[in-house]
Design a protein around this ligand. Structure first.
Ligand SMILES: Cc1cc2nc3c(=O)[nH]c(=O)nc-3n(C[C@H](O)[C@H](O)[C@H](O)COP(=O)(O)OP(=O)(O)OC[C@H]3O[C@@H](n4cnc5c(N)ncnc54)[C@H](O)[C@@H]3O)c2cc1C
Length: 460
């Protein structure tokens, strides 16, 4: 008679929880997964997937515009927002069902309801107790908003993905990747977009040149970016719409206000404090390199640990636990050189160190190679948009430390280059690689001139 009901109980059926449970189940572990909402979590239902489908939808605007330069006559295109939302929802239902089937096929029991940790080996769902040798916390995160007057009028990314109608004008507050992605989506569909950011540039933490180049292109597409500005209050207009008041005395009217100013971990009311699981001041769960919390039988993965909040990272961490515990194959998730994308318009792909991070770690011996050019497609289309590429190289070892790109297909291109960076490729190896012609990507293997910043050049 087993000592516990299950070998592992996972709380949260999102990217990390599903990946870990499936993998553990496939190795014969007795696993249950608890979910209070729908199976699939943020990525499938409220994040990556629906967002990318809307990005694809918005990109058609460019295709219609660009076609004329290639001889096409396109009748004025019409767009039906509700048709897109219905198609997107149908796809999400399909994906959710696939997730359910994958769990069942791995022998994982699905328990519907909200899970609360009761002791190091017990959780409670709807008044019933379930025991397990190990508990995995994979409860993800939620959008957070500041406490300012009128905040009840705003929507978050959750609602933005499911609006009943397209806004004529939208104010987006925030400069992170979710904010710039929604700015691109709504602008692509023709909405007037005002983005309000508290800093000077978008995308804090990304390479500075990339941030500046993206803001330039977004402005070129008609997105108004108001920098060094904060919202003080939001008022509902007497008829419809809202007025946003800012620290610099502006009043901006819009029919929708979207806040994308941050996310917080889902640990409230989870019972962690009572069983001795440490959380930080934001409620995130610190874990060691094996994803263990301060209680040895309780593990945590994904956004609830608030480190690199990305789907492939949550999946990698979840699988590492299953391999370690149930396949006698101890694996630690490697958080270095994780490539990532911003599906802005144009999009960004990036891997490795930014120039600023490289200079902090490697000092002045950092070489930078940049290219900014108009892609071939834009010659006939007449689109005045440029691609930006950057390589950051350790001048001593010649190792490529970072690759950054802004422009069409950059997430696809950087995924390939991420392998080279992970393998420790040198700039010389990049130079020895033959380009694919004609492509934009070939520029990554043909950059020869070191980029010298004007102020540095003047000093030399
Ligand atoms: C708008 C948006 C766009 C994004 N785009 C990208 C992208 O392009 N690429 C990328 O890599 N990442 C993206 N992300 C981030 C990505 O979605 C997350 O990093 C990822 O989903 C984290 O997975 P997780 O398993 O930690 O949590 P989640 O996927 O959030 O899953 C947590 C699950 O736990 C459930 N839950 C919570 N508490 C309980 C409880 N007490 N009992 C039972 N169930 C509970 C929740 O209902 C949820 O289903 C995006 C996020 C957002 C919001």
């Amino acid at each position: 008679m087993p000592r516990y009901d299950f070998d592992m109980i996972t709380i949260g059926a999102g990217s990390g929880g599903v990946a870990s449970s499936r993998r553990a189940g496939s190795y014969g572990a007795r696993v249950a997964i608890v979910e209070e909402s729908r199976i699939g979590g943020t990525c499938v239902l409220r994040g990556c997937v629906p967002k990318k489908l809307l990005v694809y939808g918005a990109q058609f605007a460019d295709a219609f515009e660009d076609a004329a330069g290639f001889g096409w006559t396109v009748a004025p295109p019409k767009f039906d927002w509700s048709a897109l939302i219905a198609a997107k929802n149908k796809e999400l239902d399909r994906l959710e069902q696939i997730y359910v089937n994958m769990l069942k096929n791995s022998g994982v029991e699905i328990i519907e309801g909200r899970g609360v940790v009761v002791d190091p080996h017990t959780i409670e769902v709807a008044g019933r107790h379930y025991t397990a040798e190990n508990i995995l916390i994979a409860t993800g995160g939620h959008p957070t908003v500041p406490d300012i007057p009128g905040i009840e009028h705003v929507i978050s990314s959750n609602e933005a993905l499911d609006l009943p109608q397209l806004p004529r004008k939208i104010v987006i507050v925030g400069g992170g990747y979710i904010a710039v992605e929604f700015a691109g989506i709504f602008r692509g569909f023709g909405s007037e977009v005002v983005e309000i950011i508290r800093r000077e540039d978008l995308l804090h933490g990304f390479d500075d040149d990339l941030r500046v180049a993206l803001a330039q292109e977004m402005r070129g597409r008609g997105i108004e970016i108001r920098t060094r500005t904060q919202v003080t209050r939001i008022e509902k207009d007497p008829r419809e719409g809202y007025t946003v008041f800012t620290t610099i005395g502006q009043e901006i009217s819009a029919d929708l206000v979207l806040y994308a100013t941050g996310r917080g971990p889902n640990t409230k009311g989870l019972g962690l404090d009572a069983v001795g699981v440490t959380t930080d001041d934001r409620g995130a769960v610190p874990v060691d390199e094996w994803q263990k919390t301060s209680v040895p039988s309780i593990y945590a993965v994904g956004d609830v640990t608030d480190r690199l909040n990305l789907t492939p990272v949550a999946i990698g961490e979840g699988r590492a636990i299953a391999e370690t515990l149930y396949n006698n194959n101890p694996i630690k998730m490697d958080h270095n050189d994780v490539p990532t994308a911003v599906f802005s318009n144009p999009p960004i792909g990036t891997v490795g160190l930014t120039e600023e991070q490289a200079r902090e770690q490697y000092g002045d011996d950092v070489d930078v190679y940049c290219a900014r050019f108009r892609p071939m497609k834009n010659t006939l289309s007449g689109r005045d948009e440029r691609i930006f590429m950057k390589l950051v190289v350790d001048g001593r070892s010649d190792r490529v430390l970072g690759c950054h790109m802004l422009g069409p297909d950059s997430p696809e291109i950087i995924q390939g280059l991420a392998i080279a960076v992970k393998c420790g490729a040198s700039k010389r190896m990049f130079d020895q690689t033959v380009g694919i012609h004609p492509s934009a990507a070939e520029e990554f293997v043909t950059m020869r001139e070191k980029f010298i910043r004007p102020q540095k050049a003047a000093a030399e």
